[in-house]
Design a protein around this ligand. Sequence first.
Ligand code: SF4
Ligand code: SF4
Ligand code: SF4
Length: 482
Amino acid sequence: MPVLNGKELRIVGFLCNWCSYGGADTAGVARATQPTDLRIIRVPCSGRIDPLFIVKALLNGADGVLVSGCHPRDCHYAAGNFYARRRLEVLKQFLPVLGIDERRFEYTWVSASEGQRWQQVVTVFTDRIHKLGPAPKLEDPEPLLKIADMALTSLRSLGTGQNAALVELKEAIKAKLPELDCVLGWQQGYDEAHTVPLFMKTPKDVDKLVWGPFNVNNPAVYLPSFKGKKVGIVVKGCDSRSVVELLQENLIRREDVTIFALPCEGTLDMARVNQDMGRYTKIDSVSYDEAGVTITADGKAHRFCMTEYAQGKCYGCTTPSAVLSDTLLGQPVKVDGAAGTPPELALLDSMTLDERLAFWRGQMDRCLRCYACRNACPMCVCRDYCVSDSRDPHWMTQEDTAKEKLFFQTIHAMHLAGRCTGCGECQRACPVGIPILALRQQIARAVAQLFDGYQPGLNPDDVPPLLGYEVVEKNIHERDWK
Ligand code: SF4
Ligand code: SF4
Ligand code: SF4
């Protein structure tokens, strides 16, 4: 018999075997009256609960999810609940960006002797879910395709300079080349308005190196595949953060990598540039000035000011100069103030929860499930063993549904929690222009708020916060169950 009035809702409970499951049992043995909506899944430890279990349950129709483990310091495995606490708190702050009310998920601690506390927790949580009502389903809302009006506010002028320093940089690379197996950079692609990766092995290759607003790729993605070799890399500020993050995670060794850099004045959002250019057969010329570029194609000139056409990540970029380098040349680029809210995230912030759900429904309907976003990510280093392809355990089906695709995006975002440097390669690589960077940016914002402004990829000696814990967390507190 439901204790609460009305129809039962679907609430999934993940309970640790050693404490909370025992607490629920104690409440049952004591015949404590409880709501009956909760369906319990017993797990060895709260540390075993992947936050993706919770997202999967919520996307698949659960109206609420409750996680309960041993009290901090009481974990049967010593520290499982400490790790869980950080991950679950980040998840709680992530859910709203998907359009899921974070009140539908809660985590707490109940010991095996606390039958009365369990009764209270389950009653208060079930009551909360009843007040919220059945959860909206991703499939239900009319798709909302809102991409255009992103508020672009630049904290500094974005330019196209540093060409004089490029000559010096080439000399520096040539001088170091005999000690290196390869140096990564950019070269002109199939025309003057596109670049492709460059792998420099000879001085002739170095002459092909280009620098400027078309250097959109992040060459750091190739570094782990050069394991055991001596490799050089030319970086923009954002790329250098990926290098630092790879160092933090021991995926590359500092002594194997030589970093060359120029301060960056912004790169172009080529999706918007190409869209505005329309169809053309041939680029005639590209000219640069302080404010932007003019591309002439089929005799027609197209003007692209950096303040309007830079990649979203460049607005408010705080690291235009490499955070770590062996050779840094060129004119310093001045940064004023702290980073603002990135435009993709500001767009999501301006929506209600229902609008966000409808937004992702519309965007994920367009997703091709091509995984270009994953493959372009420098921090996605287990791509050959990616859980999205795994059959054991079988995390994702082959269904071509918005739900499966949003779940994949959540997998990527959660696996990059505290590791994503915001390089934007995932979004840039997307062939259909889905603004998926916002999901990563929301997690980055949550991580910064919870862990004293932590930003990934700034210091090679940092440990990503989700790989550690504090016994007493400064910004994570037990919630009240009254
Ligand atoms: S984010 Fe910063 S470093 Fe990266 S391309 Fe934009 S301006 Fe340059
Ligand atoms: S998730 Fe996207 S923004 Fe983050 S590191 Fe990977 S490619 Fe860069
Ligand atoms: S790159 Fe774009 S279309 Fe391809 S899987 Fe990622 S979000 Fe979907």
